[in-house]
Design a protein around this ligand. Structure first.
Ligand SMILES: [Zn+2]
Ligand SMILES: [Zn+2]
Length: 403
């Protein structure tokens, strides 16, 4: 059960910190940095954490100066709860005419990660001020390179031990598709995995007039592209979801020469780690079988990029209880599953935790453009709510790390 008095205290603190949280977000928004180059951002985060009196601050991951971690220790020994914010911007030219517009031309915080950093810094300030009464520890993770896929900031930080000793983890995304004030949770799979497929079909090139003297890989490739769609339509339970999309086909140089080989690249997405795990075998079987029917050979490769985001039911229930206490039942709802991806799934493969959504959409403020759009913006009222949610969740998870 959430302690109503403590929740009220956290909400009051988050409200008092709101102007400061907005300032931090605007400052970061004006100085966006791309994946693995979040140097100024990391320096800023490091200074703010030092101001809170945190001493065990670690900076620099993946051989870069990006990424910061720190810990807030309560007076009592207890579980360690991690809170994560991602910090990277996108190669997008901002089209918003706002005073805090991006000063780094061609780079923009078009996904809301500036808000995530501001939220976590304010949640840290709230939790640090409560440290005498915390029943455990909070590990703050300011992560680089969420958007790039390979190598993902999450995977790199995990490799360097950021989850050592962590009992559970929480993270959020500001969400412009949901109105400000709402908090969305979902137990189980919530976001899809995203992997890259490549198929090379080899034949033997020749004259376009004499196909019988060549082994044409283009016809095999055409069949293969159609047939891989049967992975989703014929091999996967219709209740499960997966997507195979071919994004690139390359072959040949001119119209009257049969090429030696065809390269195909595409995207594989699914919700269920089991479904994901079987995609590679299916792709290989279909591509190789079809290639051989056409006297060609096929080589397939799947590059695993981002796992599914699978929320732990117990920790998600705790998050839901937190949301009910912080924003109330009218503003709390279950999220639909989303086909987009997030590298937060990498943390959830190792420790139980939950990834949730804080509504930041508000048409009257122009905050109704999709994420990654050059007109993307958030309703900044969501920042104080995000900070209250993160701090309250950390407290609840320290008391009950498995939910
Ligand atoms: Zn994004
Ligand atoms: Zn994002």
């Amino acid at each position: 059960m959430m302690d109503a008095r403590r929740i009220k205290k956290i909400k009051d603190m988050a409200r008092n910190l709101a102007p400061e949280t907005v300032d931090i977000r605007r400052r970061l928004h004006a100085r966006p940095e791309l994946a693995w180059r979040e140097i100024e951002t990391s320096g800023y985060v490091e200074r703010r954490l030092a101001e809170l009196g945190l001493t065990d601050i670690k900076r620099g991951f993946g051989g870069t100066e990006s990424g910061v971690t720190a810990e807030i220790r309560g007076s009592q020994a207890g579980p360690c709860v991690a809170l994560r914010a991602d910090m990277d911007a996108l190669p997008v030219r901002e089209e918003n005419d706002v005073p805090y517009r991006s000063q780094n031309e061609g780079t923009m915080h078009a996904c809301g990660h500036d808000g995530h950093v501001a939220i976590l810094l304010s949640a840290a300030k709230i939790l640090a001020s409560m440290s005498p009464e915390l029943p455990g520890r909070v590990r703050l993770i300011f992560q680089p390179a969420e958007e790039t896929g390979l190598p993902s900031g999450a995977a790199e930080m995990i490799e360097e031990g950021v989850l050592d000793g962590v009992d559970s983890i929480g993270g959020l995304h500001l969400w412009s598709f949901v109105e400000t004030g709402k908090v969305q949770w979902r137990a189980g799979p919530v976001m899809a995995s995203s992997d890259r497929l490549s198929v090379t079909i080899r034949g033997r090139g020749g004259h376009g007039a004499m196909p019988h003297a060549a082994v044409d890989p283009t016809v095999a490739a055409a069949s293969c592209i159609g047939a891989v769609q049967t992975i989703t339509s014929r091999e996967i339970d219709p209740i499960d979801t997966a997507v195979v999309s071919i994004g690139k086909i390359s072959a040949g140089d001119t119209f009257n020469v049969i090429p030696d080989s065809v390269g195909i690249m595409g995207s594989l997405r699914s919700f269920n780690p089991d479904v994901r795990g079987k995609m590679e075998e299916r792709l290989r079987r279909i591509a190789c079988g079809i290639a051989s029917a056409y006297r060609c050979t096929a080589e397939t490769e799947v590059t695993y990029m981002l796992p599914c985001v699978v929320n732990d039911p117990g920790v998600t229930n705790l998050l839901k209880e937190t949301a009910l206490a912080v924003v109330g039942p009218d503003m709390t709802e279950e999220s639909p599953p989303l086909m987009v991806s997030e590298d937060f799934g990498a943390y959830l493969e190792r420790v139980p935790g939950t990834f949730f959504f804080v509504g930041a959409g508000n048409k009257s403020k122009g905050a109704d453009h999709p994420h990654h759009s050059p007109r993307f913006n958030i309703d900044e009222d969501a920042l104080a709510e995000g900070a209250a949610m993160m701090a309250s969740f950390a407290l609840a998870a320290m008391e009950n790390p498995r939910g």
